[in-house]
Ligand binder design. Structure first.
Ligand code: SAM
Length: 244
């Protein structure tokens, strides 16, 4: 079944953008996923195509109108797909959530602009607020592109080698181990011997240790969360990475 993405935006011409190229673009062309970008402005009712208004209570900027956005959302047949609002206030996106979304029927992604959207439409249309990081973009489109890119590559059949996502950063709560390829010596620096010796068990052990070392050093938050999970017997189903 085709994974369906519907994007509601004031800038439909931004889609598929970079997702029309490379793996995602090929998968789009072959129908592994589909993408409809709908113009929110088409749901404005006045002759100026008004989609925003001044914030109640005053303050800078403009707010996207609840009525216009609700009509745009209602016009996009959601058919059970989660409705996500790109929002810096949202739950930070994780690889686990991306995997869930990729294995579902698809998504409806709403892109905010200006100061954001009228709060009432978030509850009225049951929008799940999703953030792609603790920084502020000028609009939800780049956030939606990032979310779609992360999801699409996990759709079965999109990546050349299904296994390649299993060992990536975050897949088991660890960052990925360092990677090397030819030439064997680059600017005087060689490749760790263990990776060229042909002993797959040693390679696996080295990669696991490196993944753990990097995670501990760079992402103590991930490391602690993993330690806590492993301490809980019911949730300790994680297996070491199969680096072979
Ligand atoms: N006034 C808002 C605030 O302070 O939270 C920021 C609004 S931002 C300029 C406009 C839109 O960009 C947002 O409504 C949202 O759709 C999108 N956006 C900005 N940063 C984002 C992030 N980190 N993750 C997801 N979407 C983001």
């Amino acid at each position: 079944m085709t994974w369906r993405a519907t994007v509601l935006t004031l800038f439909p011409e931004m889609f598929p953008g970079p997702l029309g190229l490379s793996l995602a673009g090929k998968a789009l062309a072959t129908g592994l996923w589909s993408l409809d970008a709908h113009d929110i402005r088409a749901h404005a009712t006045d002759r100026h195509g008004t989609v925003d208004d001044t914030p109640a209570g005053g303050g800078p900027g403009m707010v996207m109108k609840a009525d216009v956005l609700a009509r745009a959302i209602d016009a996009a047949a959601a058919d059970g797909r989660p409705r996500l609002l790109m929002s810096p206030r949202g739950t930070p996106l994780t690889q686990a959530r991306v995997a869930e979304l990729a294995h579902g029927p698809g998504i409806v992604a709403v892109c905010g602009r200006f100061e954001g959207v009228d709060e009432r439409v978030i509850a009225a249309r049951n929008l799940e607020e999703v953030s792609i990081g603790d920084y502020v973009l000028s609009g939800g489109e780049i956030a939606a592109l990032a979310l779609l890119d992360a999801c699409v590559r996990l759709i079965p059949g999109v990546m050349g080698k299904e296994a390649s996502s299993a060992e990536e950063s975050f897949s088991d709560g660890l960052l990925e181990y360092p990677q090397y390829t030819r030439p064997g010596v680059f600017e005087g620096i060689g490749i760790p011997e263990v990776l060229t010796g042909g002993d797959h068990a040693k390679v696996r052990t080295w990669r696991q240790a490196e993944a753990e070392r990097l995670t501990r050093a760079r992402r103590p938050d991930l490391w602690t969360a993993r330690e806590n999970r492993l301490k809980t017997p019911a949730k300790s189903a994680e297996k070491p990475r199969d680096g072979g």
